[in-house]
Ligand binder design. Structure first.
Ligand SMILES: [Zn+2]
Length: 495
């Protein structure tokens, strides 16, 4: 029986004769991991196997037995798992709920049905020892430019789970809509285009059971005309959030609330891209505030703006850190401001324009690779192919911004622990015009584009350098992609 797994596991020892064994669709699981095992069972049922999940570590016989070990107990790969399938039993060994979910995703990729029954499965005789190289393996979806019904969010989590991604970054807000519910500033939520408290609670549980971190983003101080529409007296009407004590306190309160809304999220994204900073210079109130924070307002306008911008980012980051979370920003502050930005703010490096990656590295920042080329999916007229995603690595950037010094070429760093991973990013800028009146179809097309590329993102973040070429990975991906495609796209097919 052939064994196809994406991302390709570190070690896969197969029975030399390609043998397999039939198992009862029964899993014995440590009590605290039952929710994850039940999530697996729901996936398995969509593939025709009805699993019984039992608490405990019984003598499993022809069932699957899960063993919880401590991290130090001879785990070959940090955050890793082991699967051992022999003729007398199948065992999963994992240290935490995340690595247990990775093991479950592998089992789901390699299990086959037994014709005529839902109560048995076939597994290949094998031993898999596996673990990720990089801690951040992500997928971002812009939920603000057009409306994505809630079910899409669950499909993104399914996709992350299946390919062992660590994070689903959701760009909840932008000029077009503010899709989160809120209590402190309820008018921020765009009517008819925001998720309910109950949906966010459901999303958190769904992702947490599957070992996926949701990273919510509120994009400030630009990209958020909804703030001005809802509370003009507080946030101003200049296309950027006005800075004075009340507005800065208000946005800090929004971030505190977002932390509470997403209790399992270790990271909170505070945006920080493409703001029209010069608008602050025209506002007497903002300039007064600049003075009050110690900024010398006789400096050149550009420097005042950069200092105000950094002041804002640092304040929002502080609100996030106060809740014990890690703030993330887009690469948006110039190199000469680095001394003012705490190094515990993680930077998503995307344009290599506002600040270039080598300067961020030299300054000591922790970085996530969001290289425009080939990681951006601007649905539906996407520019980069799955093969290009396959050729990408977390150490490689190909800018698209004409002002980048690396335009027309690329930047490749050496291996660096400061680069913790990378992600695909789906932006729906053109969906509204191209799918006018049928945004759900646009969202499905976008999900299809993600599903085509995620296997290669997963491969290149789970394995820094597997030595595999596109054709090898493509064949593996083709073998496993059908099962998740049916689940993720099937869920949203009739919307
Ligand atoms: Zn102002």
């Amino acid at each position: 029986m052939s064994v196809n797994i994406i991302p390709v596991p570190k070690e896969l020892k197969q029975d030399p004769y390609g043998g397999s064994a039939v198992f009862k669709a029964v899993m014995y699981v440590p009590e605290k991991w039952i929710a994850s095992a039940k999530a697996f069972a729901s996936y398995a049922s969509s593939a025709g196997a009805c699993f019984s999940i039992c608490a405990g570590e019984a003598e499993a016989g022809q069932a699957i037995r899960v063993i919880r070990v401590t991290e130090s107990a001879a785990q070959k790969y940090s955050g890793g798992y082991e699967i051992s399938v022999g003729t007398s039993g199948a065992e999963i060994t994992a240290a935490d709920v995340t690595s247990f979910n990775h093991a479950l995703a592998t089992v789901f990729q390699i299990m086959k049905n037994v014709a005529g029954t839902h109560s048995e499965i076939v597994l290949p005789l094998c031993r898999i020892t596996d673990g990720p190289d990089l801690s951040y393996r992500g997928m971002m979806v812009d939920l603000a430019r057009y409306w994505h019904p809630f079910e899409f969010l669950l499909s993104y989590v399914d996709t992350c789970w299946y390919y062992k991604l660590s994070a689903l970054h959701l760009h909840f807000t932008d000029d077009q809509s503010y899709t989160l519910p809120g209590k402190a500033f309820p008018n921020l939520s765009t009517s008819g285009r925001s998720y309910s408290f109950e949906e966010i609670r459901r999303l958190n549980k769904y992702a947490s059971d599957r070992g996926i971190e949701i990273i919510p983003e509120i994009d400030v101080p630009g990209h958020n005309s909804g703030f001005a529409l809802a509370y003009p007296e507080l946030f101003g009407t200049k296309g950027i959030i006005c800075q004075h004590k009340d507005s800065v306190d208000a946005v800090s309160a929004v971030f505190s609330e977002v932390c509470d809304l997403f209790p399992y999220s270790r990271h909170i994204h505070i945006g920080g891209d493409e703001a029209n900073l010069r608008k602050w210079l025209d506002c007497p109130e903002c300039m007064e505030y600049a003075k009050s924070t110690g900024i010398d307002t006789s400096l050149p306008g550009e420097e005042i703006c950069d200092r105000l911008y950094v002041n804002f980012i640092v304040r929002m980051a502080a609100a996030v850190k106060e809740k014990g979370r890690i703030p993330i920003v887009w690469e948006g502050f110039p190199k000469n401001m680095n001394d003012l930005v705490p190094r515990d703010i993680v930077v998503m490096s995307w344009e290599n324009f506002y600040q270039i990656t080598p300067d961020l590295l030299e300054a000591g920042f922790t970085i996530i690779n969001c290289s425009w080329n080939p990681m951006y999916i601007v649905a539906p007229d996407v520019k980069w192919t799955p093969e290009e995603v396959c050729d990408w690595s977390v150490y490689k950037w190909r800018p698209v911004h004409p002002g980048s010094p690396f335009i027309g070429s690329s930047y490749t760093s050496g291996p660096s622990d400061q680069i913790i991973g990378g992600q695909l990013l789906a932006w729906g800028d053109r969906v509204i015009s191209m799918f006018a009146g049928n945004e759900n179809e646009g969202a499905r097309v976008e999900l299809g584009l993600l599903l085509e590329r995620v296997p290669f993102l997963a491969q290149n973040t789970w394995n820094k350098d597997s030595g595999l070429v596109y054709n090898d990975i493509r064949d593996n991906a083709a073998a496993v992609s059908g099962r998740i495609g049916r689940i993720a796209l099937g869920r949203v097919s009739d919307m």
